[in-house]
Design a binder for this molecule. Sequence first.
Ligand code: GLU
Length: 296
Amino acid sequence: MRFIRTKAVVATAGLALALAACGDAGDDGGEAPEVEVADNAADEFDDGTAMKEFAESGEITIGVKYDQPGIGFKGATDDMPVGFDPEIGKILAADLGIAPEDITWKETISDNREPFLQEGEVDLVIASYSITDERRQVVGQAGPYYVTGQQLLVAADSDIESLEDVAGTEVCSVTGSTSLENIKAEGAKPRGFDTYSECVDQVLSGTVDAMTTDGAILLGYAAENPDELKVVVEPFSEERYGVGYSLDKPEMCEWIVDTLTEAQEEGTWDDAFAATLGQSGVETPEPPAMDECPAA
Ligand code: GLU
């Protein structure tokens, strides 16, 4: 068991950028999330564990999205990504004694999350990464730390109002996502792109009829373009976001679950949510109960 450590409270950088990225959402913005960076963190972990290694080296590489406002976003000239997923990454790194500015961030897109973990390109993936049985065959996924559901993003003047309306229409999403697979079942003509930002551009230009993915992602884009875009239909899937780790380091699962559970209990999770996804108009939900880790 780990102990509450001496506090070194670090206000998370980049909130202003996060708010700017979310269009008009900044005026009454939430409190800047703070993380408590653990002192002497290496002493708290067993020898031979990945956590001990991270804590001793002071280094960790985290894969996040760079083009999803509210979830994971980094402008070309920004130092650090902002959004709920980077905040989760900062909470985990802080428990290892690693301050936000010492995290190495790497952009992941939907299709490279498993290979990045398998090849050691990143130590963690925190990138709107739904837990699925298929993915859990090849990588570890601890969580869920957040649950959302698939919806549609359409032009403000679109006639698409229900899921049935997508039959025969062109709907874009991203290759390697659960979203693209789910929409195929609805009779739409699926169009796969590498990133959601490319897909949203197609909706804005009228090249496709709709875009589909998790509601939390769509609300971020809608908040950036409130006059042009709207989110429609009730969620038609359950997307449980997990933290990806390598199956070579199974000990990471308990650590991720314990650290995030502590953040939920202490309110750090709520603060992180309110300051990021909350700014896109998503209400702060009850934090979800996390799955048990697989037996070692
Ligand atoms: N959460 C879904 C997934 O992991 C869609 C969002 C994404 O592609 O990141 O596939």
